[in-house]
Design a binder for this molecule. Structure first.
Ligand code: NAI
Ligand code: MG
Length: 491
């Protein structure tokens, strides 16, 4: 493909922005090193975009929306572009999975799982594009009233580093299905697959200028994009603090936002639960992607009579967990970078200082390169619900256990943080399943299972500080569009 001819091994894999269908460097020429978390070695670079680059990308998206062919492309044809993108992701799946693992440190099987989910997003939104429609509304005599679902215009997508392929896909799939154009700012530590997907989107027939990528630092390119007057809507996944900054910038221009801001998600295990079925799910919900998952199940609430049994079962499993290089494909990889690793380590050290018992630690594989950003999984219990480790999102392989006395107590604990993203409930009592599902303040509830990452068709998003707006499923298509009401007075 011509668009990435600029990228050669001789140049040290110099990736480019993609603006108006062209691979293009930042005007300043400034670049950011791309480091592999598994060994800490630089293997590529990306542009450090500045104001001129962001301006150019927003202008390209603006032109493509206001004047380009995209606005007149029928919904079915927009859907076909996404379906072709799904097929291209499949064709390049091995390359994309390897690139994602190398860029983020995630085990290769997680990279492959991310590719499968990514295909599913483009398949789902490809099929959904022509199935969203408005209403006709009974109104006064002599009138006909109807609604259309219209795109916002230029959508800015600010993407985090934990699941770049998947989170990009949920943004791109929904935004393009509804006829928006896009400027995406991927995370500075995980931009490579975003650039590749934008190239593949061109190949799939998405017109130049519809899907632009400007890489760079959050406080520079990210802040410039979120403050840009040419943007109509912003979608963001990441930390609460950055989400607040992006909403403040959006308020200046009175534009809408979707915010997905992480969680401190509980799984509630009642005494009648199938413990053998629950244990591997409880472990996976915090260990998948090294715990760097917005929907990670980071708190396990256990009914008192089975507390010791569940804690012992989890401790046995935690002691066997091993972190290693992405291509060794162990239980978890390195964390994203030194800053994330140190942040997790500091939170664990603080919990230990506070006297919270460590029930088990996993290990770091002996063959893991010394320069990698590894952290051995840690299991804490019983934890005081007011402790920092019980309240703050750790975003690492750290699980906290809490005993509870009865259903009321379980619900109080489950709702006892600022967050409300996902909740798991383990019980065979059907009436209790319904009661608890209704009383927890959480965007998703799983009964006798836990769906971290899965379920492209399931609406996803937060209550409370976990954010607002919904992604995934058909609901995302409503977030990515606005209702226009048209009234005919025909007498
Ligand atoms: P972050 O929220 O700062 O970064 C996410 C994205 O926002 C990146 O693309 C970044 O470049 C961009 N960004 C940063 N500052 C910005 C600004 N002022 N304006 C516009 N865009 C900006 O998160 P960070 O610092 O990488 O991670 C810190 C913590 O955030 C993690 O430990 C975790 O707790 C949480 N987080 C949650 C995620 C989730 O899936 N909900 C994903 C990533 C981080
Ligand atoms: Mg990286």
């Amino acid at each position: 493909m011509g668009t990435h001819l600029s990228r050669t091994v001789a140049e040290g894999l110099a990736f480019m922005n993609l603006i108006d269908g062209k691979a293009i460097d930042a005007l300043s020429g400034a670049r950011i090193d791309v480091v592999c978390p598994s060994d800490g070695v630089v293997f590529a670079s990306i542009p450090a975009s500045g104001q001129a680059d962001v301006d150019r990308a927003v202008q390209a998206a603006r032109n493509a929306f206001d004047e380009g062919p995209w606005g007149r492309t029928p919904a079915v044809e927009r859907g076909r572009c996404l379906t072709r993108l799904c097929q291209l992701v499949e064709k390049h799946g091995t390359e994309l999975a390897a690139l994602e693992s190398r860029d983020t440190g995630k085990p290769v099987r997680q990279g492959r799982a991310d590719v499968v989910a990514t295909m599913r997003y483009y398949e789902f939104y490809g099929g959904a594009a022509d199935k969203i429609h408005g209403d006709t509304i009974p109104f006064l005599d002599g009138y006909t009233a109807l609604t259309l679902r219209e795109p916002h215009g230029v959508v800015a997508g600010i993407i985090p580093w934990n699941y770049p392929l998947q989170i990009l896909a949920r943004v791109v799939g929904a935004a393009l299905a509804m006829g928006n154009t896009l400027v995406v700012k991927p995370a500075e530590d995980a931009s490579l697959t975003t650039i590749r997907i934008a190239e593949l989107a061109l190949e799939a027939g998405v017109p130049p200028g519809v899907f632009n990528v400007t890489t760079g630092y959050g406080r520079e390119a990210g802040a410039m994009l979120s403050a840009h007057p040419g943007v109509d809507y912003v979608t963001f996944t990441g930390s609460v603090g950055t989400g607040t900054a992006i909403q403040q910038a959006a308020a200046v221009h009175n534009r809408g936002v979707t915010m997905e801001l992480g969680g401190k998600s509980p799984q509630i295990v009642f005494a009648d639960a199938d413990i053998e079925a629950a244990l591997p799910v409880l472990v996976n919900a915090i260990i998948q992607n090294g715990g760097q998952t917005c929907s990670a199940g980071s708190r396990v609430l256990i009914e008192r009579p089975i507390y010791e049994e569940v804690a012992t079962g989890l401790a046995e499993r935690f002691a066997r967990l091993a972190a290693g290089p992405h291509d060794a494909d162990l239980d978890l990889g390195a964390l994203l970078n030194a800053r994330q690793r140190d942040r997790v380590a500091a939170m664990v050290a603080e919990a230990e200082r506070a006297g919270i018992r460590v029930l088990a630690r996993g290990s770091i594989d002996k063959a893991a390169p010394a320069g990698g950003f590894y952290f051995a999984p840690a299991l804490f219990g019983a934890v005081d619900p007011g402790a920092a480790i019980a309240q703050q999102e750790v975003f690492g392989p750290v699980l906290t256990l809490f005993p509870f006395e009865d259903e009321q107590d379980a619900i109080r604990l489950a709702n006892g943080t600022d967050y409300g993203l996902v909740c798991g409930v383990w019980t065979k009592d059907g009436a209790r399943q319904h009661r608890v599902a209704k009383r927890v303040r959480s965007g998703q509830v799983f009964i006798n299972g836990y769906g971290a990452g899965g379920g492209i068709e399931l609406p996803f998003g937060g209550f409370k500080r976990s954010g607002h707006g919904r992604e995934k499923g058909l609901e995302a298509l409503y977030d990515m569009s606005a209702t226009k009401t048209i009234v005919f007075n025909h007498g």
